[in-house]
Design a protein around this ligand. Structure first.
Ligand SMILES: O=C(O)CCC(=O)C(=O)O
Ligand SMILES: [Fe+2]
Length: 319
């Protein structure tokens, strides 16, 4: 894990830049700003830019930026992303995350997730407590590769923390820390698995072709393996393939042994390499009184052309 703690003068520099963005590109609309974000992000403090260049070059699995600016008059935590969308709460924090994220990758979105928004709200929502979505709370969010079902899934998940009063951990498992026997690794490297769309993508029929693809769970350079798995939605491609089914179960035990917890503090942003880390969240009791845990989230891809080739347009929203 690599961490950069911002100095007060760097935090001020970021605040000025956010003010500039809100004047020049206001009223704030992430979808309008995102194509310009990379250029504006050139004015971020040099240590931030160097940090992300290093994260990219080394394929750092977990990177944390600490000491980011937070509004003194931050609004109460919304009770769901749809409320956040209507009210536009946490707008300054979205600018901060979008700018920092743009150094590492290109933001993009999914049409069927949070209404195609570029910046998501991760906060507990009434009625979603037990769901397999970011609005869950009392049930743990199982370990997953973000959008594992899709070839165009993100290279990085960026999560910035606005509030986390009960210090609820994001759970992470780094591929490098999973001590798999060679026999198991060999099965998981074969294309005998389906990665089905998760509950956050409503209307899974829209992704039927990806869901039908056969793919491996383990792939990439043998000395630093890549992972593709959602423990709720990855299954054996052939229902009679008991070896593949058992391999997923066995992998789960090794993954649990390697699980680590990262507690995000307000002003922290974590950048998870979605090929090298699977992540989830501990359960917690929501209060729905404006003080709940609240994160902002952005999906990042290294090469935006992969998105354009998927959308067959210059749209960053995959339908
Ligand atoms: O709430 C968290 O810490 C992680 C949530 C998550 O998996 C996500 O938003 O993609
Ligand atoms: Fe996630």
């Amino acid at each position: 894990m690599r961490r950069l703690v911002l100095e007060p003068n760097e935090r001020r520099q970021i605040e000025w830049l956010v003010d500039e963005v809100l004047v020049e590109y206001g009223p704030w609309d992430p979808a309008q700003f995102v194509p310009h974000a990379r250029t504006v992000a050139e004015s971020l403090p040099i240590r931030v830019r160097q940090f992300f260049r290093k994260v990219q070059a080394d394929e750092t699995d977990l990177a944390v930026l600490s000491g980011l600016p937070l509004s003194r008059d931050l609004e109460p935590t919304p009770t769901g992303w749809d409320i956040a969308e209507k009210t536009g709460v946490g707008g300054r924090e979205e600018v901060v995350l979008t700018l920092c994220s743009a150094v590492l990758g290109e933001p993009f979105a999914w049409g069927d997730q949070q209404n195609g928004r570029m910046v998501h709200d991760v906060c507990p929502a009434p009625g979603k407590e037990l769901s397999e979505t970011s609005g869950s709370s009392t049930a743990p969010l199982s370990l997953h590769t973000e959008d594992a079902f899709h070839q165009c899934r993100c290279d990085y998940v960026a999560l910035s923390c606005l509030r986390n009063p009960d210090r609820i951990a994001t759970t992470v498992v780094r591929a490098d820390r999973i001590a798999l026997p060679a026999r198991l690794a060999a099965i998981l490297s074969e294309r005998r698995f389906h990665h089905r769309p998760d509950q956050s993508h409503i209307g899974p029929q829209g992704h039927a072709s990806e869901a039908a693809d056969r793919d491996a769970i383990l792939f990439g350079p043998p000395e630093s393996r890549y992972l593709r798995i959602d423990f709720d939605d990855t299954c054996a491609a052939d229902p009679d393939d008991h070896v593949a089914q058992e391999a997923i179960k066995e992998l789960y035990t090794y993954v649990c042994d390697a699980q680590e917890k990262v507690v995000l503090e307000p002003g922290d942003a974590i950048f998870l390499d979605n090929y090298r880390v699977v992540h989830g969240r501990e359960p917690f009791q929501p209060r729905y009184d404006g003080t709940d845990r609240w994160l902002k989230r952005v999906n990042l891809i290294r090469d935006i052309r992969r998105v354009f080739l998927t959308t067959e347009s210059r749209s960053r929203v995959i339908e």
